[in-house]
Write a protein that binds this ligand. Sequence first.
Ligand code: AHR
Length: 663
Amino acid sequence: MEEKHGILKHLITFVVMWCAGLGVGAQQEDQTVFFNVEAGQPGRQIPSTLFGLFFEEINHAGAGGLWAELVSNRGFEAGGPNTPSNIDPWSPIGDEGSVLLVTDRSSLFDRNKVALRMEILCDSEGPNQCPAGGVGVYNPGYWGMNIEEGESYHIVLWVRSTGSVNLSISFTSSDGLQILAASNIIASSSEIQDWTKKEFILKATATDHSARLSLTSSNKGIVWLDQVSAMPVNTFKGHGCRKGLATMLADLKPAFIRFPGGCFVEGSWLRNAFPWSQSIGPWEERPGHFGDVWDYWTDDGLGFYEFLQLAEDLNTLPIWVFNNGISHNDEVSTSTILPFIQDILNGIEFARGPSNSTWGSVRAAMGHPDPFNLKYVAIGNEDCGKPYYRGNYIKFYYAIKTAYPDIQIISNCDGSSKSLDHPADLYDYHIYTSASNIFSMAHSFDNTARSGPKAFVSEYAVTGNDAGHGSLLAAIGEAGFLIGLETNSSDVVEMASYAPLFVNTNNRRWNPDAIVFDSWQQYGTPSYWVQHFFRESSGAVLLPVIIQENATSALIASAIRWNSLENGEDYIRVKAVNFGSSLLTLDISISGLPVGSISSSGSKITVLTSDNLMDENSFDKPEKIVPRATEIGNSGTDMNISLPPHSVTVLDLRLDHAMHSAI
Ligand code: AHR
């Protein structure tokens, strides 16, 4: 190698990064850069936990998103516990003279007493005859319900009446004119005088992406309604998550999922923080809560149990971020924190206690007698600087370690530049910045102490002008950063996840996000697709590399050896980010392998790029910027690959089986 090029730096490193002073638009000369992968060396083990997901209930990520429930405010609780209250987004069908809607506190369910009292003032005949189709109430869901021809929907509602009832339940178009599916509840007064659960399947005969659920009658009388649910029968692994969205998560092969937030966990005020214990049990009994940081109500259908179930269904590790008595505006002092600690110990017991334990039995009753695999918890979110954080943290830490010594505990305090002053297994690290900053931050953990708690980069993203709603520029900056994290992963960085994960395009509270959706469609931003380049990294081997000394500062490159679970084959993967505006050629040589180790077939090159830096994907062009793979037939130990301007390029070289014993 040295003889061949004569200009290689004699430094073996695991990544190539010359990025100081790099400007995004900086002109470079087209350049060929020599790059050697020391494939014969043992390399360093990348943690199996490295790349995962962070789910936050933000941007209607869960309610009106990942959680497939179609009805919004299904228990009529969103208007508050005092009645009469606003029932938004429920709305009347019919005018004031024909239907009267009001809430009262007559619900069967103790923790959510509000129910809807619907008085039908018109009748099936006579002077005040109801209009055709009847009058009543409808729910538009979250900016329209996605009803698809041939699909089945599970309807559940609680109903009572002082008289007999003939109620039509239907999915209709948003103007109510086209019926997509319908059924009737017909009951005598004796059958329905007490709260009665009604459930049935509606099968749609037509498709409408902005449909609504209507409950109507043409019979004079009073009907009370509560806990009205409409769920697609076809959900991810049958556990209630929207299939298309959950599949996009599964496609990332995440090593973990951190949940349920972020600021969502903290609340602007403690009274609005995520209440894990009220988010479990039968869904009808959950009070729901107002997430006051991101400013919307959630019925908590996607509760603590469902998060744990989702982690299991994604075959990944759950990481529970819990509130440690601190919100954005109020705190519980360390001297009075004990009940909060007990509440969290209860939560851990719910997740992983035996099925005959107090809280484990609640989980078992919900259908999961076996413990969930909860091994990581984070004490708070971004609370390190708050007055009671350290005091509260220490109390939580020892209480959890005493009861569950194997649980890994994550502190909110940054340990990357100086040692923590308290015990922790990991520390949380969040970074939102410009593209050039994050690209140069590939180095940020280079000088971190190699002993002590490991970093959990649980929120990273390019934000601001560079990012728009998810630009190519943001994605390539992040790709450089991730290569840096991967390089430092064996001894400093243990986990990393992009944030936020989801945005419902009707409620953009935070830009950008990895996955954009509306009622029926979804696409990944370039930042989502960059994560695909790293999904094989968790548990792979980082190989030492050598790079030409005067290489451009716009290049970051690295190499791993990984094994495919799909076909059992081993590969060497070279990842290269060209952050500059000129074409680069990477002159790759793989050294240290027996002759013939690289198969001549089964290798491929995959590129993520676009014509313009600020290009984005959209519902119209969801695949404008996605990885594009090309099979290569002439692979070997010496190859030249082109790195287009502003691109991420991955070369996967399939290793011949003969090589297995050699490395
Ligand atoms: O990811 C969005 C928000 O950014 C998170 O809620 C918070 O942890 C961070 O400030």
